[in-house]
Write a protein that binds this ligand. Structure first.
Ligand SMILES: *Cc1c(COP(=O)(O)O)cnc(C)c1O
Length: 384
């Protein structure tokens, strides 16, 4: 084996070394770390569903009746009535013809792009897209062209430049490290003018935006005609695990035939699919979760302004505070931790160089008092 230590040492010296902290999650947006209970402001459990009693009950029931592991891939013998039910219910909620359940959002993105786009065909992506969309272009051996974040004119430049008949444009609906929303209405109109296809990754919009939490496309009133490919993850606001790709009958059949990350992996456990079904019901039955989250977002933004804390341009549950230097960002995160708040320090290569940030994520599991205490402490540590 060759020497691996030099690259590791370099990461340490650049303050970019990543370390996992072992946490015990708790209800009400809390977690235990090294024996201390912290308020967790870095989870994507935006609706506070992971401890929902009905979801826990579903997990137990279906694990008892269907076993824990699914035992095989979907095309062999792993596809159960729960997987099927989730696809049917998700398609209905999202207002689309059909849906396909993938084991993760990362795999869904790899699967869609590599099934639809071949070697030397073109994928056009926002520069701040999630890593999985960028990696998908590599798996497809596609030509990847990137446009300036949320910039319609730069997207037009990319569309005009290409001579390829087939062009796929892929964007995050809500950007995971910035919290801002793609101008999907303008994008859909433009992409359709060029006979290209638009794919939206709605990992952070699903559950949070739109009627019944149906997500970014619903928020903008965009249908399957305008945005033919939608990827919605189940591990964030939905509080479960997995991902749904939805669109036309032909799209879903194409993915079943050709999406290798769908075909060559074990189906996720039936209990997990069943938990997602319960979560989709809760989206409609408990709109107060979404309302509470949106009031926390408004409260956080107003409170930050009041305390002169500079936020980024976000109206979503992702509320980052730009720090710049990775070392300083780590120190700030550490000070918050000591004060009882878990807030992640997001550094390159997850975000561009010199844009390290504290990424605060809000959840319906938090209270107004939780948000106030975070704001007070943030104001203190940022002014030091
Ligand atoms: C989290 C995330 C994914 C990956 O989803 P997983 O189900 O966690 O694999 C994809 N895209 C975006 C924008 C994400 O934030």
């Amino acid at each position: 084996m060759w020497d691996l230590s030099a690259a590791l040492q370099q990461r340490r010296e650049q303050n970019l070394f990543r370390q996992r902290r072992t946490l015990q999650p708790l209800a009400e947006g809390r977690c235990v770390f090294e024996g201390r209970t912290l308020i967790n402001f870095s989870s994507n459990d935006y609706l506070g569903l992971t401890f929902h009693p009905s979801m826990i009950a579903t997990a137990k029931d279906v694990a008892s009746s269907h076993g824990v592991g699914s035992g095989a891939s979907h095309l062999v013998s792993g596809h159960s009535s729960w997987h099927h039910q989730l696809e049917v219910n998700a398609a209905k909620l999202l207002g689309r013809d059909r849906a396909l359940l993938f084991s993760t959002g990362y795999m869904a993105n790899l699967g869609v792009i590599s099934a639809l786009i071949g070697r030397s065909e073109v994928v056009i992506e926002d520069k701040l897209n999630h890593a999985s969309l960028l990696d998908a272009a590599v798996l497809a051996r596609a030509k990847l062209d990137r446009f300036v974040h949320n910039d319609i004119n730069d997207l037009r430049r990319c569309l005009e430049k290409s001579t390829q008949a087939k062009q796929l444009v892929a964007v995050d609906g809500v950007f995971s490290m910035d919290g801002d929303i793609a101008p999907l209405k303008d994008m859909a109109a433009l992409v359709n003018q060029y006979d290209a296809a638009l794919m939206v990754d709605d990992a952070h919009g699903f559950g949070v935006l739109g009627n019944h939490g149906a997500g970014s496309l619903n928020e903008f009133g965009l249908d399957q005609q305008q945005v033919p490919i939608l990827m919605s993850t189940l591990g964030k606001a939905i509080g479960s695990y997995g991902a749904i790709v939805s669109g036309s009958e032909a799209l879903i059949e194409t993915l079943i035939q050709f999406a290798r990350p769908y075909i060559y992996t074990t189906a996720l456990p039936s209990a997990v699919a069943a938990v997602s079904c319960t979560a989709l019901e809760i989206l409609s039955k408990e709109p107060e979760r979404r309302q509470h989250l949106h009031s926390l977002i408004a409260h956080f933004k107003a409170g930050a302004q009041h305390r002169n804390i500079q936020l980024m341009a976000s109206d979503t549950a992702i509320q980052p505070i730009l720090v710049g230097d990775s070392g300083r960002c780590l120190k700030l995160s550490q000070r918050l931790l000591e004060a009882g708040f878990y807030v992640g320090a997001i550094r390159p290569p997850t975000v561009p160089v010199n844009t390290a940030r504290l990424r605060v994520t809000l959840s319906a599991a938090h209270s107004i008092a939780d948000v106030d205490s975070l704001l007070d402490r943030l104001a203190e540590v940022l002014n030091d």
